[in-house]
Design a protein around this ligand. Structure first.
Ligand SMILES: CN1c2c(nc(N)[nH]c2=O)NC[C@@H]1CNc1ccc(C(=O)N[C@@H](CCC(=O)N[C@@H](CCC(=O)N[C@@H](CCC(=O)O)C(=O)O)C(=O)O)C(=O)O)cc1
Ligand SMILES: N[C@@H](CCS)C(=O)O
Ligand SMILES: [Zn+2]
Length: 714
């Protein structure tokens, strides 16, 4: 017999967990540095969970989720839940963080972007030797913890199909379902009424075999005799052909993203629909009219109100933003305000089913493109460098002193001029260090930037920035996504001053360093009254002005980073080519004002770039640096056709580990086997801002030593 529990009227699919004042970040970094114990870290975790449940209940939400907290990443938590902990980590002092961050002896697991978001998850490593075995301590512990506080909760777990697809091991479905069945039984024994299985992978294109796996998975889980009722949630898009498949299984409820996806034509009258009408992906207030119309249009046995996805991707509360313009604030909702919207929608009278009001957008702006000369002509006109030129991606360690100085300027306790002197001193330190290490193309180190997107947003019209709007990017790392609310323009040059200062200190070439238009937009919360494409073109025009000014100031190499190019790729293939066409056009618009003798670099990281290599080629950058070390050189299999300079990373900067010379050399050898040596650049995977100077000096020394070994053989 299937469970009969009624789903609550209002819920959210998940909640931020870093803490409203980034309490978890501080606790994690203190534990990792050996300044506090695991028990102290766990206490901070418990306090944050308690705060979240209390706040959600105070706001009037009746369906509280649990197991949405994580010390690092919820996909890694799922791997632990299912026993998918590779053997080599089991004897580490703390296997969980060894998998997430590596140890001196062990490289961490791979990390990549979570669907089309700026959140990064740890990729499950599943091999034929993986023995799935349930360890339900975390979800059961959270259910008990909440109950002790007086709250009944709905544990949230990544579903079996998504988990296996992320781990590239859907063929292990039959094996993994055993622990999921046991989990359901254990939760039922604990008195849990509902469990939420997240299946975001189902909003992408799925093969008939994969859809069959969905059917088999939920038939089997539905057949567990004593189990909680099942909510299968599909955030980030439209379920499409997966919806009728799910609807045909015994699951009691489906969670639909009705912000990105349409109201389904499928008859769901035997199911509860948990209707995601409040967006978890933006910071705009919900249109009540649209949301109520969508709720009224769903045909189901019960329709309850929810968010389109977890609220993980938005900041905690507008209450922490006294500095925001009140007129803009009126238009905004962060996590707490979104919860209030969900509660209000659940309480509102629903209109009779009618048409959902369309959002009308003005037509797209036409694009005119100037072309640079062909690559061969440009390459001949550009700087001559040694074979296997060495460089870094831009940022050097952001020191506590610099961060504190920036905070002091904001607080009014440090004059701007003093701050700028400190930035110059840091630039000089970075230049001297690179000269000493023997790098060929230098960078200024980006010490003046709080973040590669926020810094530009602060210097462009059309953006607002927050003081406390932190959103988790990975582990303890957060960003404050700017709010792009108006037309974008560049009132004055942004980076020229720092670039020319850095170049004045050295005879070696210093790269100018800019963030590309797609990335600035991808890592901001963006106005929704214009097509995304047109907003990106506005930003491209601002960056184009900056490229021209850098060139005019004598900068001979300019890097325009586009690490988010892959991230914005639509999840459905049908929409991808249109996106790639305008994204590439925007990049070229930003860079094509440069003359042939200026070398244009671009950089991408953590983005499964092999899927969009043709588009990366289309960017027409003279040199592309790309993440590769963290994924063990996986990309090298796909790059032989790449036509211009390429620097697959040889140093994984997201781990505190220092790579040994032999390790770098091995990666470099694989690179020169895959690519013509005259096109190979040597560089880390990404910027060095999250590392310490000690780690960076040791690692870059090894990178240079390995490069010299190879150069000696040329
Ligand atoms: C390259 N990546 C980036 C992504 N997204 C971005 N928007 N930016 C990126 O660089 N996505 C993909 C990758 C990987 N992701 C990240 C994300 C975040 C970081 C990172 O290092 N974040 C920092 C915060 C950066 C920042 O804004 N710093 C500010 C404020 C610093 C601060 O904490 N101030 C203190 C007060 C000062 C003091 O006394 O220390 C405070 O507010 O309490 C600044 O520098 O001014 C992080 O720490 O999480 C890296 C990669
Ligand atoms: N130039 C930036 C790129 C990060 S993706 C940096 O070095 O931090
Ligand atoms: Zn990067």
């Amino acid at each position: 017999m299937s469970p009969t529990a009624v789903f609550p009227a209002s819920t959210v699919l998940g909640y931020p967990r870093i803490g409203p004042r980034r309490e978890l970040k501080r606790a994690l970094e203190s534990y990792w540095a050996g300044r506090s114990t695991r028990a102290e870290l766990d206490r901070v975790g418990a306090e944050l969970r308690e705060r979240t449940w209390r706040r959600l209940a105070e706001l009037g939400l009746d369906g509280l989720p649990s197991n949405t907290f994580s010390l690092y990443d919820h996909v890694l938590d799922t791997a632990v839940l299912l026993g998918a902990v590779p053997k080599r980590y089991r004897d580490a002092a703390d296997p969980y963080f060894a998998m997430a961050r590596g140890t001196e002896e062990l490289a961490p697991l791979r990390m990549t972007k979570w669907f089309d978001t700026n959140y990064h998850y740890i990729v499950p490593e599943i091999g034929p030797e993986t023995v799935f075995e349930l360890d339900a301590a975390k979800p059961l512990g959270e259910v008990r913890e909440a109950r002790a506080l007086g709250y009944e909760t709905r544990p949230v777990v990544v579903g079996p199909v998504t988990f296996l697809l992320l781990g590239g091991a859907l063929d292990r479905l039959d094996d993994v379902l055993g622990p999921y069945e046991e989990l359901l039984a254990a939760l039922a024994a604990e008195g849990v009424a509902w469990v939420q299985l997240d299946e975001p992978a189902l909003v992408g294109d799925r093969t008939p075999e994969e859809l069959d796996a969905v059917r088999r998975a939920y038939e089997r889980l539905g057949a567990v005799t004593a189990r909680p009722a099942l909510l299968v949630a599909a955030p980030y898009g439209d379920l499409g052909e997966a919806l009728p498949v799910l609807a045909g299984t015994p699951v009691e409820a489906v969670g639909l993203d009705l912000v990105r996806g349409g109201v389904p034509a499928v008859d769901l009258t035997s199911k509860t629909v948990v209707a995601g009408v409040v967006s978890g992906r933006d910071v705009w207030r919900t249109s009540q009219e649209r949301a109520l119309a969508a709720l009224a249009a769903v045909r189901a046995s019960r329709v309850t109100v929810s968010t389109s996805c977890s609220l993980l991707h938005v900041p905690y509360t507008l209450a922490a933003e006294p500095g925001l313009d009140p007129a803009l604030k009126e238009r905004l909702a962060f996590a707490e305000e979104k919860v209030a919207e969900v509660v209000a929608l659940a309480a509102a009278d629903r209109p009779a089913a009618g048409r959902i009001p369309e959002v009308s957008v003005p037509p797209a702006a036409p694009v005119a493109l100037e072309e640079r000369g062909p690559y061969a002509v440009r390459a001949a006109a550009q700087l001559t460098l040694p074979p296997l030129p060495t460089t870094t991606i831009g940022s050097f360690p952001q020191t506590g002193e610099l961060r504190a100085a920036r905070a002091a300027v904001l607080a009014g306790t440090l004059p701007q001029a003093d701050y700028e002197q400190r930035v110059e001193a840091e630039i000089e330190r970075v230049i001297r260090l690179q000269e000493r290490l023997g790098l060929d193309v230098l960078v200024h180190g980006e010490p003046e930037r709080n973040d590669m997107v926020q810094y530009f947003a602060e210097h462009l019209d059309g953006f607002a920035v927050t003081g406390n709007g932190w959103v988790q990017s990975y582990g303890s790392r957060c960003t404050r996504p700017p709010i792009l609310h108006g037309d974008v323009a560049r009132p004055a040059p942004i980076t020229v001053r720092w670039a020319t200062y850095a170049q004045s200190l050295t005879d070696r070439p210093v790269k100018g360093m800019l963030t590309g238009p797609v990335t600035i937009v991808a890592w901001s919360f963006v106005r929704d009254d214009l097509p995304l494409r047109d907003v990106v073109f506005q930003v491209a025009d601002a960056i184009r002005d900056e490229v021209r000014d850098l060139e005019a100031a004598g900068v001979r190499i300019i890097q325009v980073d586009e690490p988010a190019l892959r991230e914005l790729l639509p999840l459905r293939r049908a929409a991808q080519s249109d996106y790639l066409e305008w994204a590439v056009a925007a990049y070229r618009r930003a860079t094509s004002g440069a003359s042939d003798h200026t070398q244009i670099h671009t950089h991408l990281c953590y983005s499964d770039a092999d899927q969009i290599l043709a588009a990366i080629d289309g960017l027409d950058a003279d040199v592309t640096t790309i993440e590769s070390a963290r994924s063990g050189g996986r990309i090298l299999g796909s790059v032989p056709g790449f036509g211009r300079g390429l620097g697959p990373g040889v140093y994984d900067i997201h781990s505190p580990r220092v790579p040994a010379v032999d390790e770098v050399e091995a990666l470099l050898r694989r690179t020169v086997e895959a690519l013509p040596v005259e096109r190979v650049w040597v560089n880390p995977d990404c910027g060095l801002k999250t590392r310490t100077y000690e780690e960076v000096e040791a690692s870059l020394t090894n990178v240079i030593t390995a490069t010299r070994r190879l150069r000696a053989e040329l």
